[in-house]
Design a protein around this ligand. Structure first.
Ligand code: MG
Length: 260
């Protein structure tokens, strides 16, 4: 059996609703002792709230079983940065940064790095421009992106995620972002390492043909596309070929039994 990296949004749940069959699949993985980790680009809420949301759906997961870009960023900052971090993150998510020193929100200079996550409706011109000004500071702080997800499916339709805002800042500042999240290979490798698995033995299950499927394949993993969440039939017309395609996570147990 492969070690599994499972995306959450669009694979296990969509909005407040569980994807039909997800609970049964996850229960089966646990009973069979198949190693798995939840790999999500969510930076709009902390792991604690993700666990609470899952518990409300009858799925019990420990915080340690979820890897998010914010947690990856905390490790990266700890190892590379000495000074205050300008965090463009929802207040709720800041708890996952632990004791990371943050730059006050009214400062337009003095950041040791600029961290950009999913600020959602809190993005406006002044906020984006503040990030741009901070990047132009004398110390040339690095631009850290919490994933490069292009969009996600909310209850009212598709919504911009982190990627478009990071691209805007990259374009304006000429700075190449350091990506801590999907589709960066490092993020998949970190998750695989946490599972104690070899990269070639790991399988990503996701609804995002670019962030999940191509990202995982480029990192050396295999990847399964599910036809739930943000999936659209046109995703399969391009050059990206998932190793397999399932209608949903509900089909995963049978597929694993037949293919491993
Ligand atoms: Mg997803």
């Amino acid at each position: 059996m492969p070690a599994l990296l499972i995306d959450l949004d669009g694979v296990v749940y969509q909005g407040e609703a569980l994807i039909p069959g997800a609970r049964k699949t996850l229960q089966w993985l646990r009973e069979e002792g198949i190693p798995h980790l939840f790999l999500t680009n969510t930076s709009s809420r902390p792991r604690r709230q993700i666990c609470q949301r899952l518990a409300g759906m009858g799925i019990h997961v420990d915080e340690e079983e979820i890897l998010t870009p914010v947690v990856a960023a905390r490790h990266w900052i700890h190892n590379h940065i000495d000074g205050p971090v300008a965090a463009f993150l929802p207040d709720a998510t800041r708890e996952d940064l632990g004791d990371t020193k943050l730059l006050p929100e009214d400062k337009e200079s003095g950041a040791a790095c600029v961290l950009v996550g999913d600020l959602g409706e809190r993005w406006d011109f002044a906020t984006l421009n503040r990030a741009f000004r901070l990047l132009g500071g004398a110390s040339q702080p690095p631009l850290l992106a919490l994933g490069m997800t292009r969009y996600w499916r909310a209850e009212d339709g598709l919504r911009l995620d982190v990627g478009p805002f990071v691209e805007a800042l990259k374009f304006a500042s000429g700075r190449e972002p350091i990506v801590l999240g999907k589709p960066a290979a490092q993020f998949f490798w970190q998750a695989t390492e946490l599972l104690g698995a070899e990269i070639e033995q790991a399988l990503m299950i996701g609804d995002d043909i670019v962030g999940d499927v191509r990202g995982a394949q480029q990192a050396g993993l295999k990847a399964v596309q599910v036809r739930t969440g943000k999936f659209q039939p046109k995703d399969l017309v391009g050059s990206i070929e998932p190793d397999s395609i399932l209608d949903s996570i509900a089909q995963l147990p049978n597929w694993l039994l037949q293919n491993s």
